[in-house]
Write a protein that binds this ligand. Structure first.
Ligand code: KG4
Ligand code: ZN
Length: 351
């Protein structure tokens, strides 16, 4: 069963071909970062226009890499939400046209659910903290738009344990990076600068520390960085120690909360496996701390390799495998009414 996945929810145009929900045959991402960087954030109209330019060549590149023709695809999965609706629509409409042309089923899947289930993919190598997670597990999806903790009992069976009350963690990284004059998207630049800094140089606040609270809040730490910067005589320069110290201290505040809450939730739910995914799971300190805490708590942590943490279509194809026949025979016929949705819920969420 070979599934073509299509992802265009934000500023990456991506396609992938995945066999049997696990084996990656092709995986391509056309990043629009250079297009949006000069504006300091994603410009939705530009994103849609660039998806239109990139999407067919990227699908063709995947077919070439997998040495397949389109009619050898058994089904198509497309990210139908959440995200920028104009961006999503490009993927959804292309997916419908392709499904119609090869007369194969198409299913719309949820982008966040894609991140959550990405560790089910077969990957190895030193980058990914691997081994297939066993159900039930606790999953943290931490990206530019989401910071959510779930209990996952199986594909399509999720309970929300907690969520951010304001900014997503990635959004906080990007906003703090902007305050420091770093390029967009700033998470990776903070990660890099933090390597030279002292994580205990400045004590930024950790929100909602109560043991029974699994919600997050990152606007406080973001404001504290701003207040700290305003107190300085002049903005710190990237080559200065204090710049690196701010990055490391801010990063530590975010990572500590993410890791503590996730592993506390795992203990609370009595699960042995933890998944961390989404763009911010590419953060080197988050990966390091998660591994340390997992080891000391005797919990198996699963974090995808870097290219599967940020937006990609591999996770969309892998997830779609479970929602297409034969796994989901009810989806044998494409619903050509499928639409993009900027705020899409997923699975049978309880809690
Ligand atoms: O999952 P993703 O690619 O797109 C969304 O669905 O939002 O996540 C993008 C987010 C951005 O906020 C970006 O700054 C953040 O992930 N990010 C990082 C790192 N790499 C990407 N944040 C911290 N450290 C990183 N190394
Ligand atoms: Zn994402």
């Amino acid at each position: 069963m070979r599934v073509l996945g299509i992802e265009s929810s934000c500023d990456e145009t991506a396609a992938a071909i995945v066999e049997d929900g696990r084996r990656v045959l092709a995986d391509k991402v056309a990043s629009q970062i250079p297009v949006h960087a000069r504006y300091g954030g994603v410009v939705p109209e530009l994103a849609s226009r660039n998806h239109i330019i990139e999407i067919l060549p990227i699908i063709q590149a995947c077919l070439d890499e997998a040495q397949m023709t389109l009619d050898q695809i058994d089904g198509i999965g497309v990210a139908a939400g959440p995200g920028l609706v104009g961006s999503l629509l490009v993927g959804v409409e292309v997916a419908k046209a392709l499904a119609y042309s090869i007369n194969k089923p198409l299913v719309g899947v949820n982008h966040i659910e894609g991140h959550l289930m990405a560790p089910l993919l077969d990957y190895d190598g030193p980058e990914g903290i691997s081994g297939t997670p066993q159900f039930p597990f606790v999953g943290l999806v931490v990206s530019g738009g989401h910071t959510h903790l779930y209990r996952v009992d199986g594909v399509g069976q999720y309970s929300v344990l907690g969520a951010t009350r304001d900014d997503a963690a990635g959004e906080a990284f990007d906003k703090v990076a902007k305050m420091l004059g770093l390029p967009y998207p700033g998470g990776v630049y903070i990660d890099r600068a933090a390597k030279e800094g002292r994580k205990d140089a400045i004590r930024f606040p950790r929100a909602l520390p109560q043991k029974t609270n699994f919600d997050f809040s990152f606007s406080g730490v973001k404001t504290s960085v701003l207040t700290h910067l305003k107190k300085l005589e002049r903005p710190p320069e990237p080559h200065e120690q204090h710049f690196a110290d701010i990055c490391a201290s801010f990063q530590e505040a975010v990572v500590e909360v993410l890791v503590n809450k996730t592993f506390r939730a795992a203990r609370d739910q009595r699960v042995k496996d933890v998944v961390i995914s989404g763009g911010v799971s590419a953060n080197s300190r988050l990966r390091q701390r998660a591994l340390q805490v997992a080891t000391s708590n005797n919990i198996n942590v699963h974090i995808p390799p870097l290219h599967l943490c940020t937006d990609n279509a591999t996770m969309i194809a892998a997830l779609a495998h479970h929602y297409l026949p034969p796994a989901s025979p009810e989806n044998a016929f494409t619903n050509f009414q499928l639409n993009a949705s900027s705020r899409q819920a997923f699975g049978k969420i309880t809690g």
